[in-house]
Design a protein. Structure first.
Length: 262
């Protein structure tokens, strides 16, 4: 049966297999599971643990395995320990060396596993930070480009003053006449309810106002928008913002919120 994610039990079985601490029947069954069931989760865990053991098993100080793993190691050592020949006599304590060595290996696996998980977490955090740095660099480049464009000699600056109940509000238009673009920034203009919208108008010296944009500000009363200036809009005398029904209207009907002379 294939597994979808690692669990404590699966991790313990992988540790025993990697340390060679399973009985022969358990080892054969686990090997069959890895090969015939093609369990990617268990195979990956065993590969990681075997790699870790090969790197650090003999460089770590002895540590005590968990009681469950220790008991299984002792039982495995008792079953597999060779019968000493009658002569010469086996050295005292030789049979225990097997499970002690395996215990150190299992403890090494546990430490290695923790190190691997920690390194993976650090790697993930590093990738996230690098991604965030890349985003900030892109934003910085965009802002530098915008500042250079907005402060160029061919850009006109028009200030919008708050009107009526919105005297605290302000706006500024950067008019790039060569590119026929308005870059408009609003400040301290409170957002309107869902059934209302703000509407920005081109106000020519002759003829009716022409809608430039329908918008609402952010919760802090600020907003920045870029607006194309149609070829038909020429010889402007002012720019205005009014409060209109949601979605805006073909012609202004509400009270002025901002007004500025061109």
């Amino acid at each position: 049966m294939k597994h979808t994610q690692i669990t404590d039990d699966l991790q313990e079985r992988a540790s025993l297999y990697a340390a060679g601490a399973m009985s022969e029947s358990e080892r054969l069954e686990y090997a069959r599971h890895l090969d015939e069931d093609e369990c990617v989760v268990c195979r990956s865990e065993v590969n990681d643990l075997q790699s870790a053991v090969s790197l650090i098993a003999f460089n770590l100080p002895p540590q005590s395995p968990s009681p469950n793993v220790k008991a299984r190691l002792i039982e495995q050592a008792r079953r597999t320990a060779p019968v000493p020949p009658p002569f010469p006599q086996a050295r005292p304590g030789f049979g225990w060396l097997q499970w002690v060595t395996a215990g150190i290996a299992v403890a090494s696996i546990a430490v290695a596993f923790a190190v691997i998980r920690s390194n993976n977490e650090l790697r993930r955090m590093t990738d996230e930070l690098n991604g965030r740095i890349a985003q900030l660099e892109v934003q910085l480049t965009q802002e530098r480009t915008s500042i250079a464009m907005l402060t160029s000699a061919g850009v006109r600056v028009v200030d919008l003053a708050g009107q009526g109940s919105q005297v605290q509000a302000s706006g500024r238009i950067f008019w790039d006449e060569a590119r026929k673009r308005w870059f408009v920034f609003f400040r301290d203009l409170p957002p309107v309810p869902a059934d209302k919208s703000y509407q920005l108008w081109f106000v020519p010296k002759s003829g009716p106002p022409v809608s430039a944009a329908v918008f609402n500000t952010n919760s802090n009363g600020s907003l920045g928008i870029e607006i194309p200036v149609p070829d038909s809009v020429t010889d402007l005398k002012a720019a205005a913002v009014t409060t209109e029904p949601a979605g805006g209207l073909p012609a202004p009907s509400g009270a002025f919120a901002l007004l500025g002379a061109m």
